[in-house]
Design a binder for this molecule. Structure first.
Ligand SMILES: NC(=O)c1ccc[n+]([C@@H]2O[C@H](COP(=O)([O-])OP(=O)(O)OC[C@H]3O[C@@H](n4cnc5c(N)ncnc54)[C@H](O)[C@@H]3O)[C@@H](O)[C@H]2O)c1
Length: 372
């Protein structure tokens, strides 16, 4: 066994291609690690009725970190239709395995750095350097959802909430309810993570992203708690913005922003926007961090149309490896790896299709490995 045990979770589609690329750079770095394969994704949903089988959960309880590619996810009905015949109608309900991993292991921080590497022709503007802190376990992703809506729930809501009156007249299968649940403790800890990061990394400002003017019970609470945490960090400037305005301001004046902190759904949306400003999904990396475990991944999905073609950009995943090295305390290797990525981008001679080239996923990984 190496010094570190890393769960290796390729998943579906291009998740497999990009993890193959990640291994090229890790092997070149000679990280003292043992990589332990974990089953996750669509195949396990179809054949076992569980996209995150118990053996993978066991594996994750026993590793220092995990590297995850991507999985294919589908809405509940479409997922149920693809179950193996022996599993049809046996009560299996599809839930995204990455969302389950985040909740099971309390990976409450989703950290998404978005940096414009010099010379990347896909940069929206040069010098963009944003960091998104997305709350990762609560909000609309809590998994408390009803469709059809049980009668008791409908009756209770009609009794407790006047605005529910028009909905209470609907038949149970004519509407759905997804609960947005945000706790004080959950809002405080993601805000604290953002401010601590800002202080440690000499960042100047944290912007709290919300929609508290309309979604008062939950976003109001998030804003209140994040502002209370901000008072513990007088050395870091703080401001806040509604999610809709934030999307507009980020495009208009990206240099007015630094660290952003948001509830789960807004954080998800805003981090794709930020990734697009620094080259697109091929450059967006992500760390799901808890107090015991961390799972690193590219922000993109399984892009089924490119599966197995070794066509997509591995840089997002290689930057996720860089984040993993930081988490493991291998900061020197993290700096070296980021330098190699930056150099290959600046030179521009090895580029995948999204960067306007025709090199393969593995060509790009090998070019980065050659700089190490
Ligand atoms: N964390 C995850 O595993 C995750 C995240 C998002 C989506 N998904 C799932 O992935 C599947 C496909 O979803 P989608 O098509 O909306 O999103 P996607 O991120 O898989 O792909 C969207 C498009 O972005 C481009 N793209 C993505 N990654 C790229 C890369 N590395 N290099 C170059 N181009 C890249 C491709 O054009 C691709 O068709 C769905 O089943 C979805 O549920 C999974």
């Amino acid at each position: 066994m190496g010094k570190y045990k890393i769960a290796w979770l390729p998943g579906d589609g291009i998740g497999v291609d990009v993890l193959e690329a990640a291994r090229i750079v890790l092997d070149k770095l000679q990280l003292d690690a043992t990589y332990l394969h974990g089953d996750i994704g669509w195949e396990f949903w179809r054949n076992e009725g569980d996209a995150l089988p118990p053996r993978t959960i066991d594996l994750l309880t026993n590793v220092d970190a995990a590297l995850f590619g991507a999985v294919t996810s589908k809405p509940a009905k479409a997922a149920a239709a693809e179950l193996a015949p022996k599993l049809q109608n046996n009560g299996c309900t599809y839930r995204s395995p990455i969302v389950r991993m985040r909740q099971l292991f309390d990976l409450y921080v989703c950290l998404r750095p978005c940096k414009a590497y010099p010379g990347n022709g896909l940069n929206f503007k040069e010098n963009i350097d944003l960091v998104v802190f997305r709350e990762n376990t609560e909000d609309l992703y809590a998994g408390v959802e009803f469709s059809p809506v049980p009668k008791e729930l409908s009756e209770t809501l009609a009794r407790l909430a006047k605005p529910f009156a028009p909905f209470s007249r609907l038949a149970p299968d004519e509407f759905g309810i997804s609960c947005k649940i945000n706790t004080r403790a959950g809002s405080q800890r993601i805000a604290r993570a953002a401010f601590e990061f800002a202080r440690k990394n000499h960042r100047k400002k944290v912007t709290i992203v919300h929609k508290a003017n309309v979604v008062r019970a939950t976003d109001g609470l998030f804003l209140e708690e994040a502002k209370a945490v901000a008072r513990e960090f007088p050395d870091i400037a703080v401001d806040d913005a509604n999610i809709d305005a934030m999307a507009m301001w980020l495009l208009k004046n990206p240099f007015n922003y630094d660290v952003l902190v948001a509830p789960n759904l807004y954080g998800d949306i805003i981090s794709d926007l930020c990734a697009q400003m620094v080259g697109g999904l091929g450059f967006g990396c992500s760390g799901n961090l808890g107090s015991q475990l961390a799972v690193f991944e590219p922000s993109h999905g399984s892009a089924p149309k490119y599966a197995g073609q070794h066509k997509v950009n591995p840089i997002a995943t290689i930057l996720a490896v860089k984040m993993m090295l930081d988490w493991l305390g291998e900061s020197a290797q993290a700096v070296t790896l980021e330098g190699a990525v930056a150099e290959v981008i600046r030179e521009g001679s090895v580029r995948t299709y999204d960067m306007g080239g025709s090199h393969t996923t593995l060509d790009l990984a090998q070019a980065i490995a050659a700089k190490l």
